[in-house]
Design a protein around this ligand. Structure first.
Ligand SMILES: [Zn+2]
Ligand SMILES: [Zn+2]
Length: 304
């Protein structure tokens, strides 16, 4: 199984029309990642029955309140509920100052390890890597330092054709080498090619989260081949001057980025409070990039 994304909040700036500020849960196999944590994220997780105790890594794109004001509350809940598992937090250094002030003034010593990973905001970097997954930052252009995140599944080894391996009587001890591309030589000297013993693995999947940013045509080159792209689309294009002034993107521009990058699917979100109805944003984006959806709260999207 690949990624599963649940949108928890898709409003910009303030909660309105029952929409909440930005937050998303990304599940990759058994890993639970929270991306941004706007006000109300905890209530949204309860509403949508997210298993939030399984969250081990939290990524915060930038320090505008609509992207992190729910975080101190969530850290506090973990503490009050007796969490013992480590929690990794990736954000700009200054966020830790805010958390430390809160902990000091409330005389709280967290019951779990909060492991802070400061993000550089001037150049992209790999911030997480394990056997199956790699996470990189993207540098966005916003009023204050802001990063996006690309979650990329690693190429899996080749899939064994177990019936063939058994048919040839190949010992189990050779399986790992064969998975990695080796063939096998029988006792009689005959060679069995890797192609006969394995099949292609599933194509690796990827998800990119592009938080608040002004339209960046050059961003597309960093998003080539992404399966699912979330991109902010705060305004309709008739507000493009306002978008520029406030370092945000229009729905048409977000779709242009998706088109230029050749992504498979686009989700738009971070909707301005001026739009009670979101269909015009969707129509504008689909006119440029048809495979677009609105990032509606509670929506679950699989990338498989
Ligand atoms: Zn925002
Ligand atoms: Zn912002």
């Amino acid at each position: 199984m690949g990624f599963e994304l649940t949108v928890l909040g898709s409003s910009s700036a303030t909660p309105i029309y029952n929409r909440h500020p930005t937050s998303q849960l990304l599940v990759f196999r058994d890993r639970h990642f929270l991306i941004d944590c706007g006000e109300g994220t905890q209530m949204q997780m309860l509403k949508y029955k997210v298993r939030y105790h399984r969250i081990t890594h939290i990524f915060i794109s930038h320090l505008h309140g609509d992207h992190y004001l729910g975080l101190v509350g969530l850290l506090s809940t973990f503490h009050l509920q007796g969490r013992s598992a480590d929690l990794h937090l990736y954000a700009q250094q200054e966020l830790m100052d805010i958390i430390e002030i809160h902990l000091r003034l409330s005389q709280t010593i967290l019951r779990y390890n909060l492991i802070f990973h400061p993000i550089r905001h001037y150049s992209p970097e790999v911030i997480f890597e394990d056997d199956d997954l790699i996470i990189r930052t993207i540098i966005l252009n916003h009023r204050i330092p802001c990063t996006g995140f690309i979650f990329s599944e690693k190429q899996r080894p080749r899939k064994l054709k177990v019936d063939k391996l058994q048919e040839y009587g190949i010992p189990f001890t050779h399986y790992t080498r064969i998975k990695n591309g080796a063939g096998f030589t029988n006792a009689d000297g005959s060679f069995i090619s890797n192609e006969e013993l394995t099949e292609n693995p599933a194509v690796p999947k990827s998800y990119a989260f592009c938080s608040d940013t002004v339209y960046m045509p050059e961003l597309a080159s960093q998003l080539t081949g992404i399966d699912l792209l979330y991109h902010e689309a705060t305004f309709l294009h008739d507000m493009k001057e306002r978008a520029l002034q406030t370092y945000h993107t229009t729905a048409k521009q977000a779709a242009q980025t998706a088109l230029d990058a050749g992504v498979n699917k686009l989700l738009i979100g971070h909707f301005s409070a001026r739009y009670k109805q979101l269909e015009p944003l969707l129509e504008e984006a689909r006119a440029v990039f048809p495979n677009t959806d609105l990032a509606l709260e509670g929506m679950c999207t699989r990338i498989e």
